[in-house]
Design a protein around this ligand. Structure first.
Ligand code: HEM
Ligand SMILES: *[C@@H]1O[C@H](CO)[C@@H](O)[C@H](O)[C@H]1NC(C)=O
Ligand SMILES: *[C@@H]1O[C@H](CO)[C@@H](O)[C@H](O)[C@H]1NC(C)=O
Ligand SMILES: *[C@@H]1O[C@H](CO)[C@@H](O)[C@H](O)[C@H]1NC(C)=O
Ligand SMILES: *[C@@H]1O[C@H](CO)[C@@H](O)[C@H](O)[C@H]1NC(C)=O
Length: 333
């Protein structure tokens, strides 16, 4: 009785913390086809730049798709992530989860340049991230979907907020359930969105603690298939180069449910991935379902991406001319 009251109280405090501290407003006047008269070519321009980028470097699709997550979770989907540091503002690019890790910002620059040529001052960088993420998934053999548009770009960014919010690869499933709940994202949304790790790579830096010193035990994570661990030990030796990369699942350039089939065999790369199967019965049930039913995963993934795209900032915004710089900063105000 006392104990369940306590958990309810904790839950309320947690939600209050998220909804008030970051002023997240969910789903205000975004709609599909927002640019259909102001920039009818926008979606096809973005698709073409993404196709070229992924032909040059297949991994760039995953890297671009990840940007949506790191943008939307920090003060809403407002392209704050894309702002470079200035003498008076530490941006998000060098935040803990982003430094030496986020990449392919130049692909977004290329998209923006093409859009500014076709319809100057019309398409926000925040919407570019949403459309480019969708295209990256579609071009990797995954599903496609209609995106809602009409976001504005932020005037500033916050390294501090990113540091506080973005989850570490050491996170466990129960922590992530709580983090996502703060954005009205369900357990199913969490597991489906983690399925984004069906494409892309992680660095040895993000896994060595699991291989050699899980939770300070001096031992490897027991929730890892020994054959998979041998492979990772070889790729990521203790004291080796933390920047070496490894596929996040067995088919890292193909968007499918392989990620979940790996998790049920204890072949997840990140602790945060494996924990969804090994660490919490609520997420485990969903992982098992997605490992058996690819359609169910793809449907839930699309729903999760749309919901994540609905996290909007309630701060003032603009349509940036250059995704790396606020317009006002260019004018020197
Ligand atoms: C659930 C919590 C999550 C955690 C703890 C997490 C953490 C990570 C980490 C540690 C990496 C590897 C970074 C590195 O080693 O440099 C990574 C990669 C990646 N993440 Fe997540 N992530 C999460 C959710 C998501 C979501 C929701 C998305 C997108 C919808 C996403 C998309 C990606 C992609 C595509 C990559 C590979 C990027 C590349 O190859 O450049 N992640 N994530
Ligand atoms: C999950 O992580 C949180 C935060 O780091 C920690 O307090 C909690 O004890 C962990 N839960 C489990 C089941 O390991
Ligand atoms: C939270 O999610 C539920 C289920 O998806 C939805 O019905 C509800 O409108 C959402 N609440 C907000 C504030 O968006
Ligand atoms: C493992 O981690 C613990 C706690 O973080 C630390 O005290 C210990 O020195 C580490 N052991 C090794 C072998 O790195
Ligand atoms: C990875 O490379 C960057 C840039 O070259 C370097 O600053 C960083 O220390 C390296 N990180 C690790 C974990 O080795």
């Amino acid at each position: 009785m006392g104990r369940s009251f306590c958990s309810i109280l904790l839950f309320l405090i947690f939600n209050l913390f998220f909804f008030s501290a970051y002023s997240i407003k969910v789903g205000t006047d975004l709609r599909p086809g927002f640019y259909s008269s102001s920039c009818p070519e926008a979606e096809s321009i973005i698709r073409n730049v993404m196709r070229r980028a992924m032909a040059r470097e297949p991994r760039s699709g995953a890297s671009v798709m990840r940007l949506q997550f790191h943008d939307c979770f920090v003060n809403g989907c407002d392209a704050s992530l894309l702002l470079d540091d200035t003498p008076t503002m530490l941006g998000e690019k060098l935040a803990l989860s982003n430094i030496n890790s986020l990449r392919s910002f130049e692909v977004i620059d290329e998209v923006k340049e093409a859009l500014e040529y076709a319809c100057p001052g019309v398409v926000s960088c925040a919407d570019i991230l949403i459309m480019a993420a969708r295209d990256a998934v579609a071009l990797s053999g995954g599903p496609t979907w209609d995106v809602k548009l009409g976001r504005k770009d932020s005037l500033t960014a916050s390294q501090e907020d990113s540091n506080r919010i973005m989850p570490s690869p050491r996170s466990n499933a129960s922590f992530l359930v709580g983090l996502f709940a703060g954005y009205n994202l369900s357990v199913t949304d969490l597991v489906a969105l983690s399925g984004s790790h069906s494409i892309g790579d992680g660095r040895c830096f993000s896994v060595v603690f699991r291989l050699y010193n899980q939770s300070g035990s001096g031992k490897p994570d027991p929730n890892m298939d020994p054959v998979y661990r041998k492979k990772l030990d070889r790729l990521c030796p203790a004291g080796g180069d933390g920047n070496v990369t490894v596929g996040l699942d067995a088919t890292p350039r193909f968007f499918d449910n392989q990620y979940f089939r790996d998790l049920v065999k204890e072949r997840g790369f990140l602790n945060s991935d494996q924990s969804l199967y090994s660490g919490d019965p609520r997420t485990r049930e969903v992982v098992e379902r997605f490992s058996r039913d690819e359609e169910a995963f793809l449907e839930a993934f699309v729903e999760g991406m749309v919901k994540m795209g609905d996290i909007v900032s309630d701060k003032e915004g603009e349509i940036r001319r250059n995704c790396r710089v606020a317009n006002t900063a260019v004018l020197g105000r």
